[in-house]
Design a protein around this ligand. Structure first.
Ligand SMILES: NC(=O)c1ccc[n+]([C@@H]2O[C@H](COP(=O)([O-])OP(=O)(O)OC[C@H]3O[C@@H](n4cnc5c(N)ncnc54)[C@H](O)[C@@H]3O)[C@@H](O)[C@H]2O)c1
Length: 362
């Protein structure tokens, strides 16, 4: 009789194979590793998932396209960059995507982003929804523990699309966002970030975040090269870029009593930082669930287009709130079902996996 290798051995050999086949793609390795780690209980409970090469297929994109992006700078010089499109898995229907323009972009980063099933939303990205949705997810995690977002201080990193709308929603729900940042450092504003001034500096004038502090007056100061972890707060919403929050940041946030951390950016917390939050019992919202608001509103937009109707903004916001609550409930219930109550990382990974794996097997 041939004995089956145990789940741990299957996952370890899969991981080694993926690293060998995809060299020099650390973000992709990180994304795969994070998910595989949480799948052990579902593979042990449902051996059929391990049989038909399902995991191997899930970890290999259906198609990858690398293409030329010529562009002209302000002096009229032409540059040639590379673009990447990764179509990972269409088992649940059409691919969903976004656009990222950044010097760090390569194939490994693109492979680590973008895949969300229909239960998380749908196709492209709408501006306010990712930040709004992340705040709603953080609020749901706090509610689950009998706590409230209103009245809490928050640290937000970044000052782009996600950060700005995160700050807007925090303020609307009665929390106090104290910080925003860019790659030059961060601003702390004791009175709470002034959204209009931030938009003027970043969206209109497109200048450095230090200009915000120069104009804001006594309540704000700019900390060059600093990291928002230095600021004590009840909630942290990293909303800038991948791997911006490392284990030292996590330790400082935990020491300062953070209650909830929710990822607005994709993979902003390093694996070790996530581990520390989970060990410390901090409510942690993984980006694959917490920042799904953008794709959710895109799906709502498609529904309106198909019905040739336009919903009032409030209706879209109400729908977004419903979707984010559903995403949170799915994470919570799945985590409970697999013996990890309160662990939204496990809940999000297993719920997403079950959905895609089920469709592929069918
Ligand atoms: N826009 C969306 O709807 C959406 C949806 C899901 C996930 N995301 C993810 O959220 C993140 C932010 O997206 P965005 O649309 O706001 O991008 P953006 O380009 O509008 O903003 C990024 C911000 O991060 C800042 N930043 C970059 N590197 C930094 C660093 N090292 N330290 C501090 N600040 C830094 C930039 O100055 C900028 O303000 C990305 O990881 C993106 O993939 C965005």
């Amino acid at each position: 009789m041939v004995s089956r290798p145990d789940t741990k051995t299957v996952l370890a050999s899969l991981r080694t194979g993926i690293e060998r086949r995809n060299p020099a793609q650390p973000e992709f390795h990180q994304a795969v590793h994070e998910v595989l780690e949480t799948l052990a209980p579902v593979l042990a409970a449902r051996p059929e998932y391990a049989e038909p090469g399902l995991l191997e297929r899930l970890c290999e994109p259906e198609r990858q396209i690398i293409f030329r992006v010529p562009w002209q700078d302000d002096r009229g010089r032409v540059h040639v960059n590379r673009g990447f499109r990764v179509e990972f898995n269409s088992a649940l229907g059409p691919y969903k995507g976004g656009l990222r323009f950044h010097p760090s972009v390569d194939l490994g980063i693109v492979k680590s982003l973008t895949g969300k099933g229909r239960q998380w939303g749908g196709s492209a990205i709408r501006p306010e929804a990712t930040g709004y949705g992340n705040v709603l997810f953080a609020a749901a995690m706090l509610r689950e523990r009998g706590e409230d977002l209103a009245g809490r201080t928050a640290v937000v990193s970044g000052s782009g699309n996600v950060a700005i709308h995160t700050i807007e929603k925090l303020t609307a729900l009665g929390a106090n966002p104290l910080t925003c940042s860019d790659s030059s450092g961060y601003v702390i504003d004791e009175k709470g970030v002034d959204l209009e001034l931030l938009k003027q500096v970043k969206e209109v004038e497109r200048t450095r975040i230090s200009v915000y502090a120069e104009r804001r007056g006594a309540s704000a100061r700019f900390v060059p090269g600093g990291r928002v972890r230095e600021v004590p707060a009840g909630v942290a919403l990293p909303s800038a870029t991948q791997n911006e929050l490392d284990e030292d940041d996590a330790a400082a946030l935990i020491r300062n009593g953070v209650k909830a951390v929710s990822e607005g950016a994709n993979m902003p917390a390093t694996p070790r930082a996530v581990e520390l939050f989970r060990e410390a019992g901090v409510a942690f919202g993984p980006g694959k669930a917490a920042n799904a608001g953008g794709v959710a509103v895109s799906a709502l937009e498609m529904a309106q287009n198909a019905a040739r109707t336009v919903w009032a903004p409030q209706r879209v916001e109400d729908e977004l709130a419903r979707v984010m609550n559903d995403v949170h409930t799915t994470c919570r219930e799945t985590a409970e079902r697999y013996g990890a109550p309160g662990d939204h990382v496990t809940g999000a990974d297993i719920a997403g996996f079950e959905r895609v794996a089920g469709a592929m097997l069918a």
